[in-house]
Design a protein around this ligand. Structure first.
Ligand code: ATP
Ligand code: MG
Ligand code: FE
Length: 337
């Protein structure tokens, strides 16, 4: 079954065709990064307008590169939540129109679940496993027992991990997008130059939760308080010290979940899955099988939408044309243990 995947939840206008949930036949990620760079962040109105301008050509070019015809498509999967509503609506409306015109089924996909599916575009992964979803808007540790059987163990109680990278980078004018800039600067920085604090989550039911607002505040507003007094206060040193703390916070909670559940397989997804320090930290954990998406499938892409959507369509989960877009990530409250 050849499924067309459409992703327009934020600033990537991406369309792909994936066969049987696994083989990418064609994929285009048209990113708006350069358009939003002057603002050092995604401007929602510009994002949705750009999607309307780009989506048709992205679609025809995706078919062209894959040497595919309209008749080759068996179904359509599209992101309907969470994201910027104006941007989501462009992809969702395009998907509905196409499904109606071609007389093929379409299904809506939760973007966050699709991020966790991305590593499965490369290889078959057996269930159960622990999912670590770290993106620009979400951070969660979950237990995954099936393609759509996801129980959340912990989340961030404030900022998302990627959001913290983006805000620190924006404050220090390190580059855009922030996560990529910090990762690059950190390569030549000293991670011990600043001893930034971790979160204080000892009270209440926060066994697998993380928090980033305290760390962000320390890096932006209290830098001198955490300085070792010797190292240079360079961007490289700030980036390396921040990155180390931000990722260590995550890894600590994840390893606690590994220990508690006795699951020794971890699947990582979302933009921060591209982070080199996260990758090397988890590679060093003995006895743990860690599966990352390839770099180009960490951030937003239509292939992960098509991949997950294939499973829905196979089960006959066809969405009605009345389906709405939503900014919120429904159904991701803590449900495990
Ligand atoms: P969500 O998926 O939660 O709706 P999003 O789609 O905006 O949010 P993604 O596209 O998954 O998020 O990822 C973008 C995020 O990943 C940004 O916050 C970006 O800074 C971060 N990121 C990308 N590459 C890296 C990296 N190498 N290191 C750290 N963060 C990174
Ligand atoms: Mg993006
Ligand atoms: Fe995303």
């Amino acid at each position: 079954m050849k499924v067309l995947g459409i992703e327009t939840s934020c600033d990537e206008c991406s369309i792909a065709v994936v066969e049987n949930g696994r083989h990418i036949l064609s994929s285009i990620v048209a990113t708006q990064i350069d358009i939003h760079r002057p603002f050092m962040g995604v401007v929602p109105e510009i994002a949705s307008r750009t999607h309307t301008e780009w989506i048709r050509d992205t679609f025809t070019e995706t078919l062209h590169r894959g040497e595919l015809a309209l008749e080759d498509l068996d179904g359509i999967a599209v992101t309907s939540r969470p994201g910027l509503v104006g941007s989501l609506l462009v992809g969702l409306s395009f998907a509905k129109g196409l499904a109606l015109a071609l007389g093929i089924p379409y299904t809506t996909v939760n973007h966050v679940k699709a991020h966790l599916y991305a590593p499965q575009l490369e290889r078959e992964i057996s269930y159960p496993f622990l999912g670590l979803l770290v993106s620009g808007g979400h951070t969660m540790i979950c237990r995954v027992d099936g393609v759509d059987d996801i129980r959340v163990m912990g989340t961030t109680i404030d900022d998302a991990c990627g959001e913290a990278f983006d805000k620190v980078a924006k404050y220090y004018d390190m580059g855009y997008p922030g996560g990529v800039a910090i990762d690059r600067l950190a390569q030549t920085g000293n991670p011990q130059a600043f001893a930034f604090p971790g979160p204080n989550l000892h009270k209440g039911d926060h066994r697998y939760d993380v928090s980033y607002s305290g760390l962000k505040n320390a890096v932006i507003n209290q830098i001198d308080q955490f300085w070792d007094g010797v190292s240079e206060k360079s961007l490289e040193n700030i980036a390396a010290s921040f990155q180390k703390r931000a990722i260590d916070i995550l890894v600590k909670r994840l390893l606690r979940a590994v220990e508690d559940t006795a699951l020794d397989r971890v699947v990582v997804g979302g933009g921060v899955a591209a982070n080199s320090y996260l990758r090397s930290s988890l590679a060093d954990v003995r006895g743990l099988e860690v599966l990352f998406p390839p770099l180009e499938l960490c951030t937003d892409n239509g292939a992960m939408i098509a991949g997950l959507g294939y499973h829905y369509l196979k089960e006959g989960r066809i969405s009605p044309l009345s389906e709405a877009a939503s900014a919120r990530v429904e159904g991701f409250r803590k449900t495990y243990p």
